[in-house]
Design a protein around this ligand. Sequence first.
Ligand SMILES: Cc1ncc(C[n+]2csc(CCOP(=O)(O)OP(=O)(O)O)c2C)c(N)n1
Ligand SMILES: [Mg+2]
Length: 598
Amino acid sequence: MSTTVSEFLFQRLSLWGVKRIYGFPGDGINGLMGALQRAGDRFKLVRTSHEEMAAFMACAHAKFTGEVGVCMATSGPGAIHLLNGLYDAKMDHQPVVAIVGQQSRKAIGGSYQQEVDLISLFKDVAHEYVHMVSDPAQVRHLVDRAFRIAKAERTVTCIILPNDVQDLDAVETPPRAHGTVHSGYAYSEPRVVPTDVDLQKAAAILNEGKKVAMLVGAGALQASAEVLEVAELLGAGIAKALLGKAVVPDDLPFVTGSIGLLGTKPSWDLMMDCDTLLMVGSSFPYSEFLPREGKARGVQIDLDPKMLGIRYPMELNLTGDSTETLRALIPLLRRKEDRAWRKEIADHIEEWWELMEARAMQPANPINPQRVFRELSPRLPDNAILSSDSGSSANWYARDIKIRPGMMASLSGNLATMCPGVPYAIAAKFAYPERVPVAMVGDGAMQMLGNNGLLTIAHYWKEWSDPRLVVLVLNNGDLNQVTWEMRVMEGNPKFEASQEVCDFAYARYAEMLGLQGIRVDTPDAIAPAWDAAFKADRPVVVEVVTDPDVPPLPPHITLEQAAKYTSTLFKGDPDEGGIIHQSFTELVAKFLPHRKRS
Ligand SMILES: Cc1ncc(C[n+]2csc(CCOP(=O)(O)OP(=O)(O)O)c2C)c(N)n1
Ligand SMILES: [Mg+2]
């Protein structure tokens, strides 16, 4: 029997090392699904409960494994549902290949049922490579190029297959004739290192600095040891962009933690007071959190030259792999004997952790969300894989979780979309069944997609060798992050019609699905809930009723923001009473009597 186009496509995917596909069926991909069925256990199809989830999972697969993530959806509506997850991958520079169906070639252009102009639709998200198969002889090079470009450009690519093409006889080797393409598979990562001259220049700048600050991001995730060695030699402090949270652990006396709106005061101080900035593998967007222009000399290292010199006018922009470049730089660096700057940083960090502890322990109604994360942090199992959603949880994840070596952690960094929390955790579980994923998600995001993700978990958890997977839901009845943004940035009181999240029994729902559900509504029950979740014999939803009036404040508030915030309170915010109480207690915690600095 001859091989069909669909069967050949999966053979080619196999050669590219694909073993798992996240997807959802439809008649635009029936030929593909049939071939996937016949491929047996060469592939694992994870049938998600929503296509958006499949795209998030493909993105998370790429983030956590370094491999290409693959998602699959039908024509029209299925393809459209993939988009948000694909943008998440594109903007966080992850290699993902989307395979989507299309109506039959004979119908295209006929305003046919479920006919969407998919090439135009995907032209932005997959602009490096989006093509539709119109002849079986294209399949080999379309697959090869989609994977090669996804890897080489660290981006999203897309292959569109009309449903009639899927069942045609494959052309495994195009005829040797004019007008055919003869492609091959396999990809080797290049070694990208700056020139010796530029490395010498970088070393000179860094050796001259007296107060060196490092900022590391996702691009430095494989360079932990090198980052630490450079910081040690230069007596530098290390701040982390959100996607770089797992680059270095948080219990080191020179790691200032996150930077930015969700960041820490020590990271702010580090950037404001430094005289030299070394940025590695980060496109952290907010320049106001970096040194004032001209205040510090700057060196940036990034694999992608397009991302260089766009946040701070660096003196030297180096294109290079972070690990290889730092390794080449280390022998050129002189150990700074004056450690006064290090000491200053360490003092700030010590004070900061005291403040975090004090803030977390402030009473709230009924539970202070910071305390939930503070209690979670030391209880996280070794090698846990953390995913945070976009919402107030990202603040507490960024500030209150002390990451340890061996853990992984991610979120939607650049798109900052709601909903990746649960699908990232599921993809982490499929990639590493022996590790414990922990998703930290708001009630708004649970209602948007997370609850739906629990169905996927319920469907698959019995396959997992270690079935533990924990979903934390912050049940605050509010789209809290935005409620606070409106207050602080706009001086707008809470707009209940827009911000309220209706009540839902997340833990009970989990139980209904055969998972474990734990509802926590008193502070004393937080620690036992975490202990139970990490001992459970199945996935657990830990629903914590948290206080929406605890402000996820930036590490420092500008005078303008403070003025807007105070004026809000006079405009009749429905939560006025609670906020005044909380802000007061946060302020008290900021000015603890023994503290030297604010
Ligand atoms: C898809 C999407 N829609 C809207 C937003 C804007 N947004 C960011 S955080 C947030 C609130 C999230 O609410 P919830 O999930 O309940 O978390 P909370 O902040 O209350 O902890 C919103 C609406 C977004 N980032 N992504
Ligand atoms: Mg909420």
